[in-house]
Design a protein around this ligand. Structure first.
Ligand SMILES: [Fe+2]
Length: 244
């Protein structure tokens, strides 16, 4: 198991991306969310005006092409990256910026920094992570650490198993996560996954992933490189950790 899968190209995915792009451009233009990383990244949470079925701009999300069972979806994130990503910014420490530039801001989705001491806890147990590129760009591809999902599963399970499963979302995983991440950097292949409209990337929910720094030779349209992400939630942290 690699923890990731490239899907397509398919005509259905290409039609979906083409229908989503003008709506994504409009939503990003209208958004008043401040850019991060010195103006080189729009996080774009919940910005795409898709229906719960995934349908957008009159075009259905081709679930069969994705190999997924249809389920209700949130509005897609529109992660938008501009040339020069990442740049330092006042809301990021020098250490965090270095990690973003040198380690692709590698992270596990759903493990959020909680409280003033930013203790890591599983607050968003996603079922899977689906990335759908909306425009043609070689800039800042998604990066995955192949096989990292099973290492994270083992490490987090060891940290959580002394506690009753209903409390797992409130357990501090900071140390277990940091140790697992170090082990992953030392042993898992880092793989860049550039994609084009009409393709998709499906990540196992426990796969360590990030965003590559913008390469000097990379190209993008004026609106930046836009990838739409869906991450529907599971009922529990127990499911998140134990499901295949
Ligand atoms: Fe992520």
């Amino acid at each position: 198991m690699t923890g990731w899968r490239r899907i397509g190209p398919s005509a259905g995915l290409a039609a979906w991306a083409a229908a989503a792009l003008p709506l994504a451009r409009a939503a990003l233009t209208a958004s008043d969310e401040p850019l991060r990383s010195g103006g080189t990244w729009a996080v774009g949470l919940d910005l795409l005006p898709n229906e719960a079925s995934g349908r957008v701009g009159g075009v259905d999300l081709p679930w069969a092409d994705l190999g997924l069972a249809p389920e209700p979806l949130h509005r897609a994130q529109l992660s938008t990256v501009f040339p020069g990503y990442p740049q330092p910014s006042p809301d990021e420490s020098a250490q965090a910026f270095a990690f973003r530039r040198n380690r692709d801001a590698a992270h596990l989705d759903g493990l959020l920094p909680i409280g003033p001491d930013r203790h890591r806890m599983v607050k968003e147990p996603h079922g899977w992570i689906l990335g759908l590129p909306l425009n043609d760009s070689t800039g800042s591809p998604l990066v995955v650490w192949e096989g990292s999902h099973e290492m994270l599963r083992k490490a987090l399970l060891a940290a959580l198993s002394p506690h009753p499963p209903p409390t797992w979302g409130d357990i501090d995983l900071t140390e277990a996560y940091a140790a697992a991440r170090r082990q992953i950097f030392a042993s898992c292949p880092r793989i860049e996954l550039p994609t084009r409209p009409g393709e998709a990337t499906l990540l196992h929910r426990l796969t360590l992933h990030g965003v590559a720094a913008w390469a000097e030779a990379a190209s993008a349209p004026p609106e930046g490189r836009i990838i739409a992400y869906f991450r529907p939630l599971l009922p529990s942290v127990q499911d998140w950790l134990l499901m295949p």
